[in-house]
Write a protein that binds this ligand. Structure first.
Ligand code: AHR
Length: 320
């Protein structure tokens, strides 16, 4: 019998979808995707810090971008009988079986920053932003920035099959639809990394006769934008002027690029998903309080008008 079972009694337990232990000091497994971006590194750091501040024992597993490693980590957490699991899922599909196993073991799973395609009764809650909305915010910024001018956009997508890559693309396309002067002429994955962002941007520039035909870059994260900015400079063009740059995350490096006039806009994604996740888990593990199914974080737009140097100074020591 679990500790929560003892606390709530059989009737209350039957009403709850999951059960865990109501320990004051919890053990929580965290299956992280890897360290592909500055944002991801910050999320990892802040999750460790939040856990430490709350007296939570965090079992951390870095999946090195592989779903199979995440599934193994989840099975290992289940075997160890952790109180709960945090999962930042690398891709959206393929989670049903392992999430069923966690549910059978009465271990609540909280999704961090990315979504899964599984039925929502297989996880307790998800903490993240509205990923479609993020893409819309980026697209709306571009619509406003170019006005009636013709604008050919190149797009650097995130990891193929991941919910932010799918949704940020959809959101951006929603925003530019109906604006016939704006079109996406090239779109390819840059895997959310700086290196791949640079490499793919180089190929876009080459394919577009050196880049004069490109009006704007939309990158699904700042790291790819930073890599692409380097490629644009090496091609002899001025990023932020010859090619507008809009991306997502709001990591310190993009604010440096904005302060230098080399990037134009970014949409903020908070890396502190763990705070709301631990709050929800704490309430659930203590007395079975069910959280909202989706705990939404803010998506704030920053432009060059927002004193990027000052924002960089504020952010640079925050775990990035
Ligand atoms: O899932 C969130 C995305 O993953 C971030 O925008 C990106 O930087 C990270 O790799």
């Amino acid at each position: 019998m679990s500790k929560l079972h003892a606390l709530l009694g059989a009737t209350a337990l039957a009403a709850a979808s999951f059960a865990g232990s109501a320990a004051i000091s919890q053990t929580i497994g965290f299956s992280q995707i890897g360290s592909e971006s500055g944002w991801r590194a910050a999320e990892t750091t802040l999750t460790h810090q939040e856990a430490e501040a709350r007296g939570i024992e965090l079992k951390f597993a870095d999946a090195q971008q592989k779903q199979e490693n995440q599934i193994k980590a989840l099975r290992s957490f289940i075997a160890q009988g952790v109180d709960a699991i945090l999962l930042a899922p690398v891709v959206a599909t393929g989670w049903d079986s392992v999430l069923e196993e966690a549910k059978e073991a009465e271990i609540p799973v909280v999704l961090l920053d990315r979504m899964v395609d599984s039925s929502d009764d297989l996880y307790l809650t998800a903490v993240g932003s509205d990923l479609v909305h993020e893409g819309e915010v980026a697209g709306e910024w571009l619509v406003g920035a170019v006005g009636d001018e013709q604008c050919n956009v190149v797009e650097l997508q995130g990891t193929t099959g991941s919910s932010p890559a799918i949704d940020r693309k959809t959101g951006f396309e929603n925003a530019i639809s109906g604006h016939d002067n704006i079109s996406i002429i090239r779109s390819q994955t840059g895997d959310f990394t700086r290196t791949k962002g640079k490499e793919v941007m180089e190929s876009f520039l080459k394919a577009e006769g050196g880049g004069e035909n490109i009006c704007a870059l939309y990158a699904h994260n700042d790291d790819m934008a930073v890599g692409a900015i380097q490629a644009i400079k090496e091609a002899g063009l001025q990023p932020g002027e010859d090619i507008l740059v809009v991306s997502i995350d709001a990591v310190p490096d993009i604010f440096q690029a904005m302060a230098a006039g080399e990037a134009n806009a970014t949409v903020e994604l908070t890396p502190n998903m763990a705070g709301p996740a631990f709050d929800a888990l704490d309430a659930y593990l203590k007395d079975g309080t069910m959280p909202e199914k989706f705990i939404q974080t803010e998506s704030k737009l920053y432009t060059q008008d927002d004193d990027p140097q000052a924002v960089y100074e504020q952010k640079k020591d925050l775990g990035y």
